[in-house]
Design a protein around this ligand. Sequence first.
Ligand code: M6R
Length: 613
Amino acid sequence: MCGIVGYCGPKRVLPVILEGLKRLEYRGYDSAGVVYLEDGKLVKHRSKGKLSNLEAIIDDAIITPSHIGLGHTRWATHGAPTTENAHPHSDCTGDIVVVHNGIIENYHSLREELKAKGHTFTSETDTEVLAHLIEDNLENDLVEAVKKAVALLDGSFAIGVLWAGMPDTLIAVRNQSPLVLGVSAASGTFLASDIPALLPYTNEVIFLNDMEMAVLTSESQDIFSLVDGKTIEKKIETIKWNAAMAEKAGYKHFMLKEIYEQPQAITNTVSGRINPETGEVNLPELNLSASDLENIDRIIFVACGTSLHSALVAKYWIEKYAHIPVEVDIASEFRYRHLLINERVLTVSLSQSGETADTLAGMRIAKGLGSKVITICNVVGSTMTREADGTIYTHAGPEIGVASTKAFTSQLAALFLLTLFLAEQRNTLSGEERLKLGKDLIDIAGVIEKEIPRLQEEIGTLIESYYDARDFLFIGRGLNFPIALEGALKLKEISYIHAEGYASGELKHGPIALIDKDMPVLALVPQDDVYQKSISNVEEIRARQGRIILIGTEGDAHLSNITEDVIYLPKVADVMNPILYTIPAQLLSYEIASRRGCDVDQPRNLAKSVTVE
Ligand code: M6R
């Protein structure tokens, strides 16, 4: 996720901004830039890669007496991580600069309109349209111009704006992307996308809400609503966190923060790609022609670990709704077996990092055999996205915890979009059915958002009877079988408890021999089309004195006759259960690992990106 820092005040601006950007490094980024005003002119420096690269090119400039400027660390979403795409971005005159976090969903049409009016673009980013939109609307009042420009944007944005024509003022706007102001009578006014950037200078902050605009000078912070134009009196709050706590926004671990970020990550992945009125799916980066799509007679997913589990869910979705046979392959096996692949096979690689060695090798082999290859990936410009014929980006933002959480549920969201897209192309669902399914997908983020805090509290209590287990089984059927696998993987990787996931119906073919009072079994039993079968499997465990945790549907009173440890989830469309049921599985693993004092974010022997075979 990108980082914004802004400053106006008595201090020299560059050291303040660079220090702030360093404190936002934990958010992940792939390029960085700064801009400041000197002698009435905006001076901009940008660089790809780490902040040290940027520092190296501005070595001499650091002594600038400038007292106003903006800085940015960019996590690429539109356009590769290059210097040209790094922020700040300018208008045609070079007198207006903007920094931006989030995604401007309608940037493409805005860009085309602006180009037709004669604006020249120098980057591939969605952000640059904003600088030109402000230019287009600027007479002599920057505040009015920013207001008009922002009104044209769809999507999420936190922005900072500086104009050479108003040398003492910064403008900030927030909509669905965080932005906080720092205030200090002695040191001036600060702007940042997260609190750690402010802490060296002040712990007095003002949080902006969605659709609020702040007009900032060294001594003043005027805030008003972009909805009704009214001035808003904001409370100044005092932050008591230390720097480490602040990086995690007060959460104990990045993993927990990322679990809580899932509704936003899913929304970012879905929004702008599905028309809520028609259910139509738009995946322009997929790069597949109508004839490519017509030719496909099989899809093969290639992935590792958690990404493999999301592919297993997609197999159920695509076969049911798009009627295309799907195979799911473990990348390390795929690359060494005799592959029956040709140009009628669509290969889809799935990867959070886009760099996993086995998955990459699998993609290359499939391509060599004539298959079209697309990738579903969270990192713009990663090797997989460069080598694939097309990409669907998940917009989860950088994931810091080694255990994948928000990247997984965002992959599920992207895979469901792909399912709807294929169903549309192949005409396997009616418009009405697609519209209903699209709505189910759009709505799931809101459901999760509401449930996470309650689930964390309940699960935090429940694990007191389970955190010292030596082994664990996770079971589920149908769409929830892959979630059982994912739950078991999560638990073993962060708590070091031995855990296995099984299809519930497989239990009696071997694993049931393990059941006794020391083997807790977590069963996913939503009231779906295989509910009765799932309950029979749970009864088999109960008959053998197994300890059972059930995760099921709110109002299902039968579950509490089976065990006292029941976690209830709201009834959602069956098809969305894999996304919803993942959340308690993640939280159970998290709470157990945290209770056992494990290094949750960096479990032993694991790496975030597995670039070796
Ligand atoms: O970056 P990728 O999605 O390709 O990574 C694949 C696996 O290494 C990864 O999912 C791993 O299993 C995670 N630690 C799971 O939490």
